[in-house]
Design a protein around this ligand. Structure first.
Ligand SMILES: NC(=O)c1ccc[n+]([C@@H]2O[C@H](COP(=O)([O-])OP(=O)(O)OC[C@H]3O[C@@H](n4cnc5c(N)ncnc54)[C@H](O)[C@@H]3O)[C@@H](O)[C@H]2O)c1
Ligand SMILES: NC(=O)c1ccc[n+]([C@@H]2O[C@H](COP(=O)([O-])OP(=O)(O)OC[C@H]3O[C@@H](n4cnc5c(N)ncnc54)[C@H](O)[C@@H]3O)[C@@H](O)[C@H]2O)c1
Lengths: 207, 207
């Protein structure tokens, strides 16, 4: 099974490869990828091995093969229906964002407890009453949920969803959701990213 | 200088500690932190050393001391004025979000090129013409920028900002911004997070 650091680097390679493809570049070497992304060439080579794609000596990899290999490995060629819970500022931004569709994410309904939002359609997606969430997860066999409610409500809603059969939660609320057997919980921590930025900026200012 | 994995774990410790503080817990051991977050105790101990906060044998750390230590280390006790560029769905969500204020982030103006948005006030923050960005960065000595424009425009705008004196960019656009000497560029990659989720979900389904 793949290491987390490798797994996290793969979308970065994909982004570079897609931009090379747009520029009609046919072949790419690990050296170029390493140079463009500031990653050690030996690390790049090791990471790309997980895709099973093989390069040609002196020529390198076929860009489109590598793109397909990474997409398959990340399972982004598999369209997944998802529910989104908490259609506020962040939830609406995600509903409207087409960018995640190419990663297979297909949000088919939003849920909220605000009566002013229930029954509305936002970015073409209907907003339903949170009271129906568990039932609809079971009936429609939806396995992935995007959680964008305030932190206070996230753990309880996560529990309800898992009980109803959700297998993966993409959690944007700044709270810890207890890990469970057989459920993937991926926490998005923007504070983590901001912390890296502010720490590095302050270190730079001290020098 | 601190390792990136340690730096990225610190906000996670902070979140747990703040929740313990809310529950009026005075002392905490590395063992409890390790157990709650699923991290090795020896790793927790090593990470927390960077804060300079020392625990008492048998008692552990004073929760509030550890909170202050992490906040200082991440430089979150230092209020930083920031500009946000690209007041669309994601930019507006960030403008309205109070959550980053406790990390010192103080967005004092937004910028956009959409005439329907210029001159408006969103969540109490004025939206200015992007044409004024370079000038205002220089005059107001703003050092941090949040970049939420479409990927096609991000590298060019980053270049203009750096030329005018910006020292740190929090980039949400899915594109690579070239690293520069003396500038901190922190890329937020939600696709990276989604990739981890979809890969793990598909691995789980195969078993
Ligand atoms: N806005 C950002 O930039 C940002 C950044 C980082 C993290 N977050 C996190 O994302 C989450 C959403 O942030 P936001 O700014 O969109 O907040 P918001 O207040 O705009 O949206 C929250 C939404 O959740 C709904 N909601 C609240 N309680 C609910 C419940 N019990 N059941 C169903 N729906 C419920 C509300 O009606 C609202 O539509 C929060 O946890 C926040 O901390 C937001
Ligand atoms: N919405 C999401 O959930 C999400 C998730 C991940 C990444 N992103 C990324 O965040 C960025 C913003 O996404 P969004 O959904 O808010 O898009 P959006 O289209 O809603 O907002 C873009 C904003 O940028 C402004 N803009 C465009 N070109 C500009 C220029 N040259 N100068 C100044 N302003 C300009 C537009 O007028 C608009 O207000 C994009 O790069 C997107 O890929 C968004």
């Amino acid at each position: 099974s793949v290491s987390l650091p490798t797994l996290r680097r793969l979308p970065k390679y994909l982004m570079l490869l897609q931009s090379l493809e747009q520029q009609r570049v046919i072949y790419v070497s690990t050296t170029l990828i390493a140079h463009e992304l500031g990653i050690e060439a030996i690390q790049v080579r090791k990471d790309l091995e997980v895709t099973g794609v093989v390069g040609k000596p002196k020529v390198g990899f076929v860009v489109s093969d590598l793109i397909q290999g990474i997409i398959r490995f990340l399972n982004w060629d598999n369209r997944r229906e998802a529910f989104l819970i908490g259609v506020g500022a962040l939830g609406s931004a995600i509903l409207g964002y087409q960018g995640f569709r190419e990663f297979g994410l297909d949000i088919i309904a939003g849920f909220d407890n605000d009566p002013r939002k229930i029954g509305k359609t936002i970015h073409g997606i209907e907003i339903l009453d949170i009271a129906k969430l568990g039932n609809l997860i079971e009936r429609m066999k939806v396995r992935l949920a995007v959680l964008t409610v305030p932190a206070a409500f996230a753990p309880e809603i996560a529990g309800i969803m898992i009980f109803s059969g959700i297998k993966a939660i993409w959690n944007f609320a700044p709270c810890h959701i207890k890990a469970r057997e057989g459920v993937v919980i991926e926490n998005v921590s923007l504070s983590q990213s901001l912390g890296v930025l502010t720490h590095r900026l302050s270190k730079m200012e001290q020098n």
